[in-house]
Design a binder for this molecule. Structure first.
Ligand code: FAD
Length: 467
């Protein structure tokens, strides 16, 4: 693996890992109820604003070691916070297609050897099996990254540890809220001892603030009564292909649309180093998810013939943020908060970004770990998040409704993707997370092309009806 490079954050101080040696993980003798535990008292000096902490740094627990948790823990540790990262399963490969935008590689200094495939052709296949290949507008250095989650997540966690975070291999179970304004949160967890079926040891830790990065089924969200969200159900099969079949997917990914593969999402084939991930998802018709998966496989057809299914997995994908994402000194990030882009299902980049953004707010609010943080400090991350990404998430909600409404709509939009300006818009907004700019002439061409596509689709529909 390439050498690890660290990003230096504007406004944050780097912090010697030596200062992190002393920490406050506690093993209750047997398993004691919280009020029987003798917790170390928080040493604070009264002040008008947030109290200054003396003799130690602010302590923050990050629950969940996916992209959101790894990015959050690294930023906290670099910013002078005593950081604990709790992950239940280190070798976890979270069910995921693993596509990431180019801007993530740069913004998170990802070494190129953790990227399995660089996709430069994205084939979109319409309900009538008309294929449009997106990619001709890409510059030579541009691509969509394909990663294996076990590789990406482990890399980000390792980097957090190298920055000074303490990693805890354990299952977070519950949280005791502080009795007064500046008292500690007590997080209970069960250590993982690597043996399937054998119970680990019950432990707890006290911290000043908590970041819930524990995904769509977040226990931290439940602990703070953050409220629910609607979830799409995603299913995915990892299929090991013979060498000659894998060649086809060297630098190519596929997306299938149509009511057969999903009433309200798409089917995908995303290539990895030695296999492809084939999946689909649905919000409205979850009981039929397996049929949609079979239909997706059928549409891919001969291209995966002879392949061996090596893994099957399903997982929820949140469709909008939870009603409450910050409660007192607890904040949710990534899937736990509900940051998956509707319609595309993209969440890795948004998880890592929100983790980092939330951690930066804590570092700033605590003045590099010297002061207690408040709900206001944590909420400042929400303001920044909503301002930066809120409008794009809203727009994608509308696109989602229009695109997936009917097979006719899907045919129209896929036909539109044949247009170079449309391709550039889509790719630029995905790769760089920037609003696409279209000049008047390009805009006019797009409108003409859309009308042309609609006429063609109507004609196709009539012809099909005649048959
Ligand atoms: C089928 C499918 C395909 C997808 N494909 C893509 C894609 O191609 N590109 C993309 O950008 N997004 C994709 N997504 C979305 C993406 O996977 C998520 O948005 C992303 O994983 C969110 O990261 P996270 O760190 O917030 O949460 P997660 O990745 O879910 O990480 C949460 C972590 O917390 C740990 N954890 C959970 N509970 C506890 C606990 N109680 N104690 C300790 N640890 C705990 C878990 O083990 C896990 O490691 C896909 C999702 C699905 C379901």
């Amino acid at each position: 693996m390439a050498s690890i490079t660290f990003k230096s954050f504007v406004g944050l101080n780097t912090y010697s890992t030596e200062k992190h040696r002393h920490h406050s993980i506690m093993t209750p003798s047997k398993y004691l109820v919280p009020n029987q535990l003798h917790y170390r008292r928080l040493n604070v000096v009264a002040a008008k604003s947030s109290p200054t902490i003396t003799g130690r740094s602010l302590r923050v627990a990050v629950v969940g070691g996916g992209p959101a948790g790894g990015a959050a823990a690294e930023t906290l540790a670099k910013g002078g916070i005593e950081t604990f990262l709790i992950e239940r399963k280190m070798e976890n490969a979270k069910p995921c297609g693993g596509s990431i935008p180019l801007c993530m590689v740069k913004e998170f200094d990802l070494p190129l050897d953790i990227i399995d495939r660089r996709v430069t052709q994205l084939k979109i296949i319409s309900p009538s099996n008309t294929a449009v290949t997106i990619g001709k507008t890409l510059k030579p250095h541009e691509y969509i990254g394909m990663v294996r989650r076990e590789v990406l997540d482990a890399y980000l966690r390792d980097r957090a540890v190298a920055s000074g975070a303490t990693i805890i291999n354990g299952l977070f179970t519950k949280m005791d809220k502080p009795e007064d304004e500046n008292a500690a949160y007590v997080l209970h967890y069960i250590t993982y001892n690597g043996k399937v079926g054998s119970a680990g040891e019950s432990m707890c830790i006290e911290v000043d603030a908590v970041i819930g990065a524990d995904g769509a089924n977040s226990s931290v969200a439940k602990s703070i009564d953050a409220g629910d969200y609607e979830c799409l159900l995603g299913i995915q099969e990892s299929i090991k292909l013979p060498e000659n079949k894998m060649q086809y997917y060297q630098n190519l990914a596929e997306m299938y649309v149509g009511s057969d593969v999903s009433p309200d999402f798409y089917g995908w084939v995303y290539p990895k180093s030695d296999h492809v991930d084939v999946g689909t998802g649905t919000l409205r018709n979850k009981p039929d998810i397996e049929n949609f998966q079979v239909a997706t496989r059928n549409r891919v057809g001969d291209k995966i013939l002879g392949g061996e299914i090596i893994r099957v997995e399903a997982h929820p994908m949140p469709q909008h943020p939870r009603p409450r994402r910050v409660v007192e000194r607890v904040a949710l990030v990534g899937d736990a908060a509900g940051y998956i882009m509707k319609g595309s299902g993209e969440g890795i980049y948004f998880a890592a970004k929100s983790g980092r953004m939330c951690a930066e707010a804590i570092v700033e609010g605590s003045e590099n770990g010297r002061k207690m943080v408040t709900e206001g400090d944590l909420s400042s991350y929400l303001e920044k998040w909503d301002k930066t990404y809120g409008p794009t998430f809203k727009k994608m909600g509308v696109v989602d409704k229009v695109f997936y409404r009917s097979n006719l709509g899907k045919e129209t939009v896929v036909a539109l993707f044949g247009h170079e300006h449309a391709q550039k818009m889509i790719l630029d907004s995905y790769l760089y997370k920037k609003e696409a700019t279209v000049n008047h002439l390009e805009g006019l061409q797009l409108v003409v092309h859309t009308i042309g596509s609609l006429v063609n689709v109507n004609r196709l529909n009539k012809e099909t009806t005649k048959i």
